[in-house]
Design a protein around this ligand. Structure first.
Ligand code: GDP
Ligand code: CA
Length: 331
């Protein structure tokens, strides 16, 4: 048993306010914003009750490594290894590898910490050996003491591509190298026609006793849309009798972090709760918005819950998770 496992388990048990849902729960999420709520759900649900479908549209090859940024963020967050300041990567990280790369005049725009390197090297090695991303992700989660099911949305090649005023950019070029500054005109998904959901994703969504599907407050365009556009996932969600609840990633018309509001403006959407509702209109049964936006409640046609959605502390994450599950139960 690793140090992490020893630390995490008692910590998770300390959350005495475990919630009993009639059945398992599926969360749909990207990286930083999504992982915050995923952690809240993980901490209040019984072990094994949570499956998290994670965006892989951000995945890319870099320095010969297969990097899955959103899977890593969720993995580190649930294993309590995440860097809370940056929102990505591991805490207590060292940077010898990056400094050594720099000395070689190699590419250093994508930061890979020394500890973080292990997950990319080992993932790449196992992928090259023929294992699926699903199997590798599940095995990493198990080894790090995580009892939730972490599910990459697909095992197939699928890449988010951003068409901007400065040209067509691969996702990480847009998001990291150019810091999401270029004005977005369109977002495309390369590989969309030949991708299919992993078996684990379809199995999670079609559990007959599923009690809720929670769309986390992730970027709708860059984190959730890639998941929903994998042929078969939307259909499976619609076929489920579980209520689908979305938590708005906007608070007061702004993103807490990242380019969600900026992209909405660039794509000519208002940065409002009802625009979020419309974005998911074919899919959701209810929307959760922040207290700050309570006046916008009247513009939402579906059942909605107005509550604190800003997650600063662990308690905030648990409280929002509890509110979301209770709201789902009421639908
Ligand atoms: P990424 O993959 O790392 O870009 O992360 P996500 O797509 O999962 O999350 C980005 C979104 O999370 C942004 O739109 C933020 O507004 C949203 N977000 C981050 N923290 C919070 C929070 O505490 N509350 C809410 N409601 N949204 C948040
Ligand atoms: Ca992401």
């Amino acid at each position: 048993m690793t140090e992490t496992t020893k630390q995490l388990k008692p910590d998770k048990q300390q959350s005495s306010n475990e919630i009993r849902m009639p059945g398992p729960v599926v969360a749909i999420c990207g990286g930083v914003g999504g992982a915050k709520l995923a952690l809240g759900l993980y901490r209040i649900l019984e072990p094994d009750a949570l499956s998290i479908i994670i965006n892989t549209g951000d995945d890319f090859e870099h320095l010969g490594l297969h990097i899955s940024p959103d899977i890593d963020t969720v993995t580190y967050t649930l294993a309590d290894l995440n860097n809370k300041e940056t929102g990505w990567g591991r805490r207590d990280e060292t940077w010898t590898f990056m400094k050594s790369l720099e000395a070689l005049d190699a590419e250093t725009w994508f930061m890979l910490g020394d500890g973080d390197l292990a997950i990319h090297v080992e993932r790449s090695r196992r992928l090259a050996g023929g294992e699926s991303l699903s199997a590798i992700t599940a095995s990493f989660a198990r080894n790090l003491g995580i009892s939730a099911n972490l599910l990459p949305m697909t095992n197939d090649k699928f890449s988010t591509v951003v068409k901007t005023k400065q040209g067509v950019l691969s996702f990480q070029d847009y998001f990291v190298r150019q810091q999401a500054k270029p004005c977005v005109e369109r977002i495309d998904f390369d590989g969309i026609d030949s991708a299919s959901p992993s078996d684990e994703v379809l199995a999670a969504v079609s559990q007959p006793n599923l009690s809720a599907i929670i769309i986390c407050p992730s970027n709708p365009f860059l984190s959730i849309d890639p998941i929903l556009s994998v042929p078969g996932i939307k259909q499976a969600i619609r076929a489920s009798s579980a209520p689908v609840v979305c938590i708005s990633p906007l608070i007061g018309g702004h993103a807490v972090k990242g380019p969600t509001a900026k992209i909405m403006t660039e794509l000519s959407f208002p940065t409002t709760a009802s625009a979020i509702e419309n974005h998911y209109s074919e899919l959701i049964d209810g929307l959760i918005i922040d207290l700050v936006d309570r006046d916008e409640s009247v513009d939402i046609s579906r059942p909605n819950l107005v509550t604190k959605t800003l997650m600063n502390s662990t308690e905030d994450r648990e409280e929002l998770a509890r509110a979301a599950l209770k709201f789902a139960k009421s639908l």
